[in-house]
Ligand binder design. Structure first.
Ligand SMILES: Nc1ncnc2c1ncn2[C@@H]1O[C@H](COP(=O)(O)OP(=O)(O)O)[C@@H](O)[C@H]1O
Ligand SMILES: [Mg+2]
Length: 248
């Protein structure tokens, strides 16, 4: 479904991605784990063209090309096939939950108003936000805002949804409702790549775990294997730290 090969990215002298091979197959949920600064966000930003990769190829939904040679039109076409849910909700503050969902449909996909409304009702219902459809972002909790952001992403029927720490900005009591929605999407076969520090989600919901350290992927395996016998020392140290932090 989505694949990048030999992806390199530097910021000045700082080589942040050192030849990443990363793929998400149709219906897979890939959890991307790694310490802060390991390059997880940069990976997602390169895949979504918020950053220009220095080198690498991307293939998505049957289209494949060198990432440095893409035309603007191709970038737009590829971005249309991806959904994004990032840590900061990125909702339009002057639009209601409902308008936040319909906006993308009307503008990005030029869908007629009545069809956009119908889709918005469906996706808001799905994330449990239909009752709050007319609320503005400032009137919603962080968890509710993130659910609207998810609704907005799925409304566009992307081939793959990229999540970057979707629950990291939330109070602990609000992470559950967002994880539940993501779990539901996973159970429906939604293709997703999720940067997360939620070990429970990685263990129980992900079909595969990718671990990044220093701009490289050092581990890539099924969750049960990753958690019981990580491949790299870095992953082993990371897991030890994650579990001791939580007093487990
Ligand atoms: N826009 C940028 N300009 C310069 N350096 C950056 C930029 N974005 C990220 N970096 C650097 O890239 C490295 C990886 O960052 P990031 O991808 O955010 O890691 P993670 O998401 O795993 O915490 C860090 O050293 C960070 O300082
Ligand atoms: Mg990050």
């Amino acid at each position: 479904m989505l694949e990048v090969k030999n992806l390199h990215k530097s910021f000045g002298e700082n080589e942040v991605l050192k030849g990443i091979d990363f793929s998400v197959k149709k219906g897979e949920v890939v959890a991307i784990l790694g310490s802060s600064g390991s390059g997880k966000t940069t990976l997602l930003r390169c895949i979504s063209f918020l950053e220009r990769a220095d080198s690498g190829t991307i293939s998505l939904d049957g289209f494949e090309k060198d990432m440095t040679e893409l035309t603007r039109r191709e970038v737009r076409m590829l971005r249309m096939k991806m959904g994004f849910v990032f840590q900061e909700y990125n909702l339009f503050r002057n639009k209601t939950a409902f308008q936040n969902v319909t906006e993308g449909l009307r503008i990005a996909q030029k869908i007629p108003a009545d069809k956009a409304r119908e889709t918005a009702v469906n996706v808001l219902k799905k994330v449990g936000m239909l009752e709050r459809a007319d609320y503005y972002p400032d009137e919603l909790s962080g968890g509710q805002k993130q659910r609207v952001a998810i609704a907005r992403a799925i409304a566009l029927s992307p081939k793959v949804i990229l999540f970057d720490e979707p629950t990291s900005a939330l109070d602990p009591e609000l992470t559950g409702e967002v994880l539940e929605v993501m779990k539901m999407l996973a159970s429906e076969g939604t293709t997703m790549a999720v940067v997360t520090h939620e070990m429970g989600f990685a263990r129980d919901v992900a079909s595969r775990v990718v671990f990044m350290d220093g701009g490289k992927i050092t581990d890539n395996r099924a969750p049960a294997e990753f958690f019981s016998s990580p491949e790299s020392d870095a992953a082993r140290r990371f897991l030890r730290r994650m579990t001791s932090d939580r007093g487990i």
